[in-house]
Structure formats: structure tokens, C-alpha cells
Design a binder for this molecule. Structure first.
Ligand SMILES: Nc1nc2c(c(=O)[nH]1)N[C@H]1C(S)=C(S)[C@@H](COP(=O)(O)O)O[C@H]1N2
Ligand SMILES: [Mo]
Length: 341
């Protein structure tokens, strides 16, 4: 499996074709400086075939069996936050991915043999030009940027994650939506053979799979909305939604659907998994809002997952739209957010 972001000369190493990267031709520090410069100029570097062993999760979970690959990317200065990053070991070992079990440690334990290549992401529905991306095209068709975003789970914990990906809006534009397209519907892979949560309601938290999500088209086109293919400089580990997942940073985490196989433009508002499960608790919009409590708990504050153990004091105030109000408040100016939760 190789990820070829741009055409590069290739060499054969140990009997395998290997694409040259910057690090092959320069020494490491020069490579880093050059990469910095290229990023500053708005170029992306090219990638890779550096197999990494990943990182061992903090707990018992062996989150490192799956092989991620280094990805090169353009650093975006515009989309970052001043908050400290959540350590990678926690990002990849404390997950919600009910297809692999409903407890936080289970996805990292149960998803390590998940097959991400070959993959097929279908883009269709109310569009002039439907298309499909295969695994390599997920990394080669759009410029990969780094975006450092807060992720606020509806359960009142949060992380700060350096994602790699591209704007969903760019993919949608390529498909040329028709005038009927008002919403965007997303679907996760359905593969009970690989996903124990899809075989057993007990493991899968009672969800009717496949997991589905949706956005209004103006939300989908907002430049913050990301299709992520990596984090911490590497391709996504399966527990975080490999090979491609949505990231909508101003909404509760459950909107950020993982391991997507289908994106459909639609005329009608699509059904969404948590709304189907408990409509009075989880709305279609699910914007982070400290003033609208969950029926069973407050949303005024959150536990920020940082360095330090479980009992580190790290309770912080939750911000309206997770701190992204400047970019997104306009989308909702005529709406009652306590009704459209
Ligand atoms: N297919 C699918 N996508 C999903 C989920 C899931 O269970 N299945 N959980 C959601 C929830 S509740 C959260 S908080 C985020 C967690 O993303 P992370 O594990 O990468 O932090 O993924 C979201 N995407
Ligand atoms: Mo969540």
C-alpha cells in the first residue's frame, strides 16, 4: 500500500517500489527547515512511504498494531487554536466508535485489523457529476492541510487535535450540486464481519447501523468543515475513523462521522443516528451550546483531556459554537437554538 500525494521519482527498496521523499535526499534538519519553508510558501510537500509504528496507547489498549503512514501537508496558519494539544496517545486510545464497542478503550483494541485499503468513497445524489474516490485518491485529489481544532463530545469531555485533511466544500464543488441540493448525507461503512458492534446490539450500543449523519449544505460548505484523512502527521488510525472521516468543530463530536463510504447531496433533511436513537436528547443541528443543557446533564463546562492523569483538574467553560462563533454564528441567525438543538 502506498500513498502517493504527488508524482515523485521512485526507487526500489528491499524489493518494493518506494517514492522518494524530501527526507531521502537531504539530512533530517535540512529537511525540516525546507519543509517549514515550503509550507510557508503555501506548497505542500509530497509523501511518503515511511512506515511508522504508531504510538502505544496510554492504557492496556494496543493502539499501535495498525500501521499508519506519514503524510505530508500544508500547515494552515488560519485554523488553529491557542489551547494545548491533547497528547497523541490519548487521541488514539480514548474514542467513541460504537461499531467497535461502546466503551472508550474498545475501538483502539478492536479496530486494529480493520481494512482501509481498498476503500471506496461514493459522492452522488443531487449532483451533476457524481464520482468515486479510491484509497489513494483520498490523499491525492485535494491539498492536505493541517487544522488544529477543538473536539467537544456531547458527553462533556473535549480534546484538541491536529487533523490532516481537506475542506468538504472542495469535494462538494467538484460534484457540482444541482439546485435541489439542500443537505448532505453521510454514511459509515457497514461490515458486520469487521465491526463487532454491528453484529451485536450489546456491543454496538443499540444503534441501527450503518451510522449516518447529515449537514445542511451551507454548513457543509463552511470552510471549517473538514474531511479528515489523518492526525498528528500521519494517516488516521482505524479507531479515529480511517481512512476518511468528517470533522465539524463547532458541533458535538457525534456529527463527525467516521470511516465514510458515501456522501449524498439531498433535497430533504437526512436522518441522523443519534437523533433516531433519542430525538429529545440529540438534535439534527447539535451545535455546541453551553446554554442548552442535555436533558440529563449540563453543557456549561467540559473536561479537557490533556497531559496528566484522569484526575487532573481540567474543567473548563464550554464556549458557544465551541469557540468558532465568528465563523459560523451567521449560519443560525434566524433560528431558535434551544428548539434546534
Ligand atoms: N461511525 C461512527 N462515527 C462516529 C462515532 C461512532 O460511534 N460511529 N462516534 C462519534 C462521537 S460520539 C465522537 S465524540 C467522535 C469521536 O471521535 P474520536 O474518537 O476521533 O475522538 O466520533 C464520532 N463519530
Ligand atoms: Mo461524542
Amino acid at each position: 500500500m502506498l500513498i502517493k500525494v504527488k508524482d515523485k521519482s521512485s526507487v526500489i527498496v528491499d524489493g518494493r517500489r518506494r517514492y522518494m521523499t524530501e527526507s531521502d535526499v537531504t539530512d533530517e534538519s535540512v529537511y525540516q527547515q525546507r519543509r517549514q519553508l515550503l509550507r510557508g510558501l503555501g506548497f505542500i510537500g509530497a509523501s511518503t512511504l515511511l512506515w511508522t509504528n504508531g504510538i502505544v496507547g496510554s492504557g492496556k489498549a494496543r493502539a499501535d498494531t495498525f500501521k499508519t503512514q506519514d503524510l505530508d501537508f500544508a500547515k494552515s496558519n488560519a485554523q488553529t487554536v491557542p489551547d494545548a494539544l491533547t497528547p497523541e496517545a490519548k487521541v488514539i486510545s480514548h474514542n467513541n466508535f460504537y461499531e467497535f464497542g461502546s466503551q472508550k478503550h474498545q475501538p483502539a483494541e478492536n479496530a486494529q485489523s480493520f481494512r482501509v485499503n481498498p476503500w471506496s468513497l461514493k459522492v452522488g445524489g443531487e449532483v451533476e457529476k457524481p464520482f468515486t474516490l479510491d484509497y489513494e485518491q483520498l490523499f491525492s485529489q485535494f491539498v492536505i492541510e493541517e487544522r488544529i481544532y477543538r473536539l467537544r463530545c456531547v458527553e462533556a469531555w473535549s480534546m484538541v487535535i491536529p487533523w490532516l485533511g481537506f475542506e468538504l466544500g472542495k469535494l462538494i464543488k467538484r460534484a457540482q450540486p444541482t439546485s435541489k441540493a439542500r443537505y448532505v448525507a453521510f454514511k459509515t461503512l457497514y461490515d458486520p464481519e469487521q465491526m463487532p458492534g454491528q453484529r451485536s446490539r450489546l456491543v454496538g450500543g443499540g444503534i441501527d447501523y450503518p451510522y449516518v449523519e447529515g449537514l445542511r449544505i451551507d454548513e457543509a460548505m463552511n470552510p471549517l468543515t473538514l474531511l479528515s484523512v489523518g492526525l498528528y502527521g500521519k494517516t488516521l488510525p482505524p479507531q479515529n475513523g480511517a481512512p476518511v472521516r468528517l470533522v465539524v468543530p463547532w458541533k458535538y463530536g457525534f456529527k463527525s462521522i467516521k470511516s465514510i463510504v458515501e456522501i449524498q447531496l439531498t433535497e430533504k433533511q437526512p436522518p441522523t443516528t443519534w437523533n433516531i436513537l433519542a430525538p429529545h436528547e440529540y438534535g439534527f443541528y447539535a451545535n455546541v451550546n453551553p446554554e442548552v443543557d442535555h436533558p440529563r446533564w449540563s453543557q456549561a463546562s467540559e473536561r479537557r483531556i490533556t497531559k496528566g492523569g484522569l484526575f487532573t483538574r481540567n474543567r473548563i467553560k464550554t464556549q458557544m459554537f465551541n469557540g468558532y462563533g465568528e465563523q459560523v454564528a451567521d449560519l443560525y441567525r434566524d433560528m431558535d437554538l434551544s428548539k434546534n438543538y
